[in-house]
Design a protein around this ligand. Structure first.
Ligand code: TXA
Ligand code: MG
Length: 323
């Protein structure tokens, strides 16, 4: 496995060739780092599952470079989904759409839907474009962490997560720290109205403003949703340290809160974000820091309000869930 920090045109070309050959490339996106494989190569996609230790049958998001490639993977795309795609792509949003024959069971977890995303990070876009120029059609990429663990937002975090599970020929592209810091908003576009399956930086308010409709706040995790998403498991995104969303730290416990909160006496502060956007950006690195420091507990003061706070609170609730 090699880590490449200066992502020149040549480096991106080689990385695309690595994907075409059936090996893995971890790459930066604006949300979190992804672990990529050729979405049309079952053996390559199988390597993602082994590297992550992810149970078989969980669907993967297919990443493409432009809207022009959308109908290769998805069919019967509702008008509202086209509107969302035009507004928020490239960006931190995944659309779940009815699949074409190109999206095989090993990508969709045998569902008739496929998750598609066009990321906005320049390295991700360059890699996807080059991969398509070399004959590829889409890159399957889950977050580049071991199953159930915290998503990586730096190339170093990918290395720590996966170095024991990647092979010689796999690559990690370093594109700096991710700007958003939490995974993309997943929107179910297989019904007459969209619903949010996983909140992210494309917020409910942004979707409602774009489509001029109200989104039902209770559709996430609803039994009526016929799609399965690993991110919907109750325990996920968890560091080794136990996460507490209530109570106060005592001597030697970790503490995470907005900068406006003072650190309780004896607590070890793992981040001091100034805004909710910054909170999302540093959340996973703060959890990693708690683990590096060997802390057994982290007390968190969750952000309040709507917007990105909803995504942060979703991840916090899952990281604090009793396993
Ligand atoms: O920001 C992101 O979305 C990152 C970057 C790398 O793009 N990717 C990511 O992938 O978070 P992953 O696999 O860690 O989480 C994607 C979630 C999973 O919970 C998966 O089950 C769900 O999306 N998903 C993927 N395809 C789906 C489908 N066809 N139907 C329902 N859920 C799907
Ligand atoms: Mg993930």
């Amino acid at each position: 496995m090699s880590i490449i920090s200066n992502c020149t045109v040549d480096v991106v070309k080689k990385a695309a060739a690595t994907l075409i050959k059936g090996d893995l490339v971890a790459f930066p996106t604006e949300t979190v780092y992804g672990l990529g494989a050729d979405a049309n190569n079952e053996a390559a996609v199988g390597k993602i599952y082994s590297a992550k230790g992810r149970p078989k049958g969980h669907p993967l998001i297919v990443h493409i470079s432009s809207l022009g490639n959308l109908d290769k993977w998805a069919r019967d795309i509702p008008e509202y989904a086209v509107n969302l795609a035009r507004t928020f792509w490239p960006g931190p949003m995944t659309l779940i759409l009815p699949r074409t024959d190109l999206a095989k069971d090993f990508i969709t977890g045998s569902q008739d839907n496929v998750g598609i995303r066009i990321p906005s990070h320049t390295v991700a876009l360059a890699l996807l474009k080059e991969f398509e120029d070399q004959g590829g059609l889409g890159v399957a990429a889950p977050s580049a962490n071991r199953f159930g663990a915290v998503s990586p937002t730096t190339a170093y975090a990918v290395e720590i997560e996966l170095r024991d599970f990647l092979s010689e020929s796999d690559q990690i592209l370093d594109g700096g720290a991710c700007l958003v810091g939490v995974e993309s908003t997943i929107i179910n576009c297989t019904q007459s109205k969209p619903s949010i399956l996983r909140p992210g930086a494309v917020t409910k308010e942004m979707i409602e403003a774009t489509l001029a409709i109200a989104i039902d706040p209770n559709t996430s995790n609803s039994e009526s949703v016929q799609v399965k998403a690993a991110g919907l498991l109750e325990s996920h995104y968890a560091p080794n340290a136990k996460v507490f969303l209530t109570g106060s730290p005592t001597l030697g416990d970790g503490f995470l809160a907005l900068d406006s909160f003072t650190t309780p006496v004896g607590a070890i502060r793992v981040a001091s974000p100034k805004t909710n956007e910054e909170y999302a950006q540093v959340l996973y690195e703060a959890f990693r820091l708690a683990d590096t420091k060997g802390l057994s507990k982290v007390f968190v003061i969750p952000p309040t309000g709507d917007g990105i706070a909803v995504a942060i609170n979703d991840r916090l609730a899952k990281s604090a869930f009793e396993k």
